[in-house]
Structure formats: C-alpha cells, structure tokens
Design a protein around this ligand. Structure first.
Ligand code: ADP
Ligand code: TRP
Length: 331
C-alpha cells in the first residue's frame, strides 16, 4: 500500500519568527519525521506573489525560508521539498479547477471578504487593491493539495477554510467528471499555544513585536531583555502564568525545568535572572540550526541544488497525476 500523503505549503512572505517556529514549523517537522507517511513540503512562492512584488525581497524570502527548514532538520531525502513555481503542472490544474469552481465560493473566502469589508468601511471601491491572485488564491491552494492526492494537510487555524474549499472543489470535479480526487483533511496543532511577542501580544509580523528565528546570540539576549515585565522587585513573589517571559520559557524548556522555574517565580526570582534563563533555553535549541542556517545563506547554490532535486521529483509525480486528471476531462 502507498503511504498516506501529508502535504503543506509555506508561504514565503517574510523572515520567520519564534511564533512561526513554535506554532507551525516545529510541529510540521515532527510530522515530517514520521516515516509512515510520505511528506510533501513546498515553498508557496506563487501564493506570496500576490503581496510580495519586489523581486529582490521575493528571492530573499524564498532562500531564507528554504534555508530555515533545511537548517532545522527537514530531510530532503525523506520528504519531497520543492518550490511551487518549479512545478508548472500546478498551474494547468489551477485552470482546470477554476472551471469547476463557482465564483460565489471565491466571494465568500475569508481573505477576500476581509479586504472587501475593510474597503467598504474606508469608503473605497470594494475591490480596491484586490488582485486576481488574491481573489483566486484558494483555487491555486486546491491545486497544490489535489494534484498530489494529499490525505492530510497540516495548517494554522486561519487556513482551515482553504482546505475545506479544496474538498468542495474536488467534489465538484468528481461530480462532473467522475471519481478522481481524494478528499483531503486538515490537521491542526491544537496543543500549541500562541507565543507572545516583545510587548506581550501575540507575536506577529503585523505587530512588529517579533524575535527572528535565527537571531544571532547577542541580539537575541538584547531582544529578550526588552520583553515587558511588571515592576515587581527581586524577592517579591511573581505570577508565572501571566508572565510573557514564562510563556516563552515554557515552549523551549524541559518539563522539570518548567516546574523549577514555576517555584522560582513563587520564591520571587528577579526579572534579570529570568531573562538570562529564557535566553539560555532558546539559544540551546536554536544555536546549532542558526549555524547551519548561516552556512546555507552563505551558499545559496547548495539550497538551489536541493530545491532543484526536489522539483524534479515533484514534477515527475505531478506529470503522472495530471495526465490522469486531464484524461478524465477529455483532454
Ligand atoms: P504572522 O502573524 O507573523 O503574519 P503568519 O500568519 O504568517 O504569521 O503565520 C504563519 C504560521 O505561524 C501559522 O500557521 C500560524 O498559526 C503560526 N503562528 C504565527 N504567529 C504565531 C504565534 N505567535 N504563536 C504560535 N503560532 C504562530
Ligand atoms: N495558504 C497557506 C498559508 O498562507 C500556504 C499554502 C499554500 C498551503 N498552498 C498550500 C498550505 C497547500 C497547505 C497546503 O499559510
């Protein structure tokens, strides 16, 4: 029997931060290491193109994201790892799927609807600033998922609707042309909590409160020193659960370390001490990957070679799958 296919796309729209790592990258890497599945992981650069339209930044993000995943241990021999724009079959399928997708489905997609609502509120034309890449974003995502007959699709909560759309579009095609596509399921990492940023709100690019995943050690300690605390002094008991520093610590420390840290809060540990410990556990986990990441950035050709090898595997598979799909539709 063929192994179940686990597929996920990583949009290359910025430099990854610790929140992305804890919430998305780390759980996906864990899943990729499970040998009972066939992992397919790709850089969704076409999906980035509707917002990143500066070629230099575009290239930089693709390289950084690829280098990041490789540095953190994604094994390109085990999983198929490629760049979406290296697989032209996806765009053929994108068009075929567009022809069985009702326009109303796109009108109801969250990202598009949010833009329309924002524009209406601001008194602008509802479609102001909306390009067709954004509007048809869910169809390309359905093509990503359906081309490879994916079984499971790990995503963040904001992407569930898109996976459901892929199912709807698959059903629409199956209904029109006969059983062709498997219906994919989304997988959500429920257990990971939202990592707070420097100001205590959710760590997010849009709040400018992030710590980059591969920040160099000195800068990392400086950023941690900036994290907001209350004004309690060393010796005064502190509440661990409401502390941003503790929430960060928890995600990187071992179970016994977490327990000890909780007691130290009760005993009134000083904030300066906690900041050193938070740095220690984060740095412990990321020191080796950071080194590898720098090596990849200094040798972009090595990253390109890996992506090119992955693209060959992906295209071979895509070609076979696509010919079956086209055949069904009479081509
Ligand atoms: P941002 O909010 O910085 O724009 P994205 O929306 O690009 O981040 O998120 C990419 C992935 O990282 C998603 O799967 C999301 O669930 C996860 N993620 C983002 N921020 C956090 C966070 N602070 N804590 C945990 N997971 C996060
Ligand atoms: N839309 C996803 C995001 O913004 C990225 C993505 C593109 C994706 N194609 C995919 C995720 C296919 C899973 C499967 O994060």
């Amino acid at each position: 029997m063929e192994k179940p296919i686990i597929l996920t796309g990583i949009k290359s729209t910025g430099t990854p931060h610790l929140g992305n790592y804890i919430g998305a990258i780390k759980p996906a890497l864990k899943m990729a290491s499970d040998k009972s599945n066939q992992g397919i992981y790709f850089i969704a650069d076409y999906h980035a193109l509707n917002s990143v339209q500066d070629p230099q930044a575009f290239r930089k993000y693709t390289l950084e994201i690829a280098a990041g995943w490789l540095a953190l241990g994604l094994d390109p021999e085990e999983v198929i790892f490629y760049r979406q724009s290296d697989v032209p079959q996806l765009l053929e399928l994108n068009y075929i799927l567009a022809c069985v997708t009702p326009k109303g489905l796109m009108n109801r997609a969250h990202a598009y609807k949010a833009s329309v609502e924002r524009n209406t509120k601001d008194g602008l034309n509802p479609d102001h600033g909306v390009n067709m890449g954004l509007y048809t974003y869910p169809i390309l995502m359905a093509a990503d998922i359906l081309l490879f007959q994916s079984d499971k699709v790990p995503v963040g909560k904001d992407q569930i609707q898109h996976v459901e759309y892929a199912r709807d579009i698959a059903q629409s095609f199956n209904h029109t042309f006969g059983g062709t596509f498997k219906l994919p399921e989304h997988v959500i990492q429920e257990e990971t909590e939202l990592l707070p940023g420097l100001d205590g709100r959710k760590m997010s690019k849009s709040y400018g409160n992030t710590i980059s995943l591969f920040e160099e050690a000195g800068k990392l300690q400086k950023l941690i020193n900036k994290i907001k605390t209350d004004s309690s002094q060393p010796g005064e008991p502190k509440d661990a659960e409401s502390s941003t520093l503790f929430q960060l610590y928890k995600e990187f420390a071992e179970t016994d370390e977490i327990q000890q840290m909780r007691s130290r809060y009760t005993e009134g540990v000083g904030w300066g001490e906690v900041k050193k410990e938070v740095f220690y556990v984060i740095n412990r986990e990321l020191e080796a990957p950071r080194k590898k990441y720098q090596e990849f950035l200094n040798n972009p050709q090595a990253v390109k070679n890996i992506l090119n090898k992955g693209a060959i595997k992906a295209r071979n598979l895509a070609e076979k799958k696509l010919s079956v799909i086209k055949e069904k539709a009479g081509m």
